[in-house]
Design a binder for this molecule. Structure first.
Ligand code: NDP
Length: 334
């Protein structure tokens, strides 16, 4: 017996910001799971900046989503039918299930969500991929030491908010960069950063200098372009720049001229290293254990921005990431 599944399939390769026409959103028949498979009724889909890159036909760290394919996405839900020995109906799970109402899985790369520790959606947020990204990018790539100044861009977002809070746990000075006074207020008052600079305020370099009187030792890069240029001008000798993302360029149709001061990497002997969270796949448990502990101790907040509208709202809600319309981990409720 089949059920009706609502899916979002990539219809064409977007140029600039996505539009509804880039996708086919429709009801489809979904067959019962086969032997060794189970079906998940998805409740939450994670909206990630990387999705925009996955839509491009370009060399990257994963293959592009194919035209006609269900849009790749992390999602969380509850197993409702199972022919798999290790998963039973009622199990809460997360995985790369796609932007759709139901998914069929063979259990590979599926994680369990312990809803006694945190609500289901947090397992695709602060205790899922974004939290783990913050953890390894800061600790393993940024290597901050107590007393150092850590700057993070997109500081009020899913990854950035956690980076700054971990920096505080480690005894660092945490300085955020975010868009607008309200986001900056939250970064300081709610997430406990020492300062936050509004990059839309018109005086980024000056404001950053005032917020970082001892210079910058670690810059956790989420944005790229002009923000990177401003930070590069204030890095301390032997500083580290974990390159997590460069969101300012994800919808760009022309390359950004900034940063124009990469010479700073040479003269300050900086280490600038890109990473993808998958690089740490063998160690996810370590990150989740630490994040869970800090969450339980009240030292970590995991802001979530949950939007209604089901899979049909996917294109509009995704764009919030690129207009700064989200406040914390952006999640689509199905
Ligand atoms: P966020 O929750 O931080 O949302 C994105 C935020 O980026 C927006 O709210 C906006 O905040 C900011 N932003 C958008 N466009 C621009 C722009 N043109 N210039 C400056 N800021 C901009 O998203 P995530 O936490 O999920 O992702 C943050 C970064 O981490 C992204 O670059 C993403 O690609 C990267 N990432 C990398 C991973 C990896 O494995 N390397 C894994 C996960 C995420 P504001 O209003 O402050 O401008």
């Amino acid at each position: 017996m089949s059920i009706t599944n609502r899916t979002v399939r990539l219809a064409r390769r977007p140029v600039g910001m996505v539009t509804a026409e880039d996708f086919t959103i429709a009801d489809e028949a979904l067959e019962e799971p086969g032997e060794g498979q189970f079906r998940v009724r998805l409740d939450y889909v994670s909206l990630d900046p990387a999705m925009r890159g996955w839509m491009n036909d370009a060399k990257s760290y994963v293959r592009p989503v194919r035209l006609g394919e269900v849009m790749r996405a992390y999602a969380a839900g509850i197993v409702d039918v199972s022919n798999h020995p290790d998963f039973k109906p009622g199990d809460a799970v997360t995985g790369l299930f796609g932007v759709q109402r139901y998914a069929i899985s063979d259990g590979r790369a599926v994680a369990r969500a312990d809803t006694k520790i945190a609500p289901l959606q947090t397992w695709i947020g602060g205790l899922g991929m974004p939290g783990v990204t913050a953890y390894f990018g800061l600790l393993d790539v940024g290597k901050p030491k107590a007393g150092e100044t850590v700057v993070v861009s997109a500081a009020s977002g899913a990854v950035g908010a956690i980076v700054g809070q971990i920096a505080k746990v480690l005894g660092c000075r945490a300085v955020g960069i975010a868009g607008g006074p309200e986001k900056c207020r939250r970064v300081v008052e709610e997430y406990g950063f020492d300062a936050c600079v509004d990059y839309k305020g018109g005086a980024l370099a000056e404001d950053l200098r005032a917020a970082c009187p001892d210079g910058i030792d670690v810059y956790y890069e989420n944005v790229g372009g002009e923000v990177l240029e401003a930070v590069l001008g204030q890095m301390n000798t032997f500083g580290r720049i974990p390159v997590c993302g460069m969101i300012s360029g994800y919808n760009a149709t022309e390359p950004s001229p900034a940063p124009r001061n990469l010479r700073s990497v040479l003269v300050n002997r900086l280490t600038m290293r890109g990473f993808i969270v998958f690089d740490f796949a063998e160690r996810y448990e370590e990150a989740i254990t630490a994040l869970t502990m800090w969450l339980g101790e009240g030292r970590l907040k995991m802001p979530e921005d949950i939007r209604e509208g089901g899979v049909d709202a996917y294109p509009d809600v995704l764009n919030l990431l690129f207009t700064g319309g989200n406040q914390g981990k952006l999640i689509l409720k199905l």
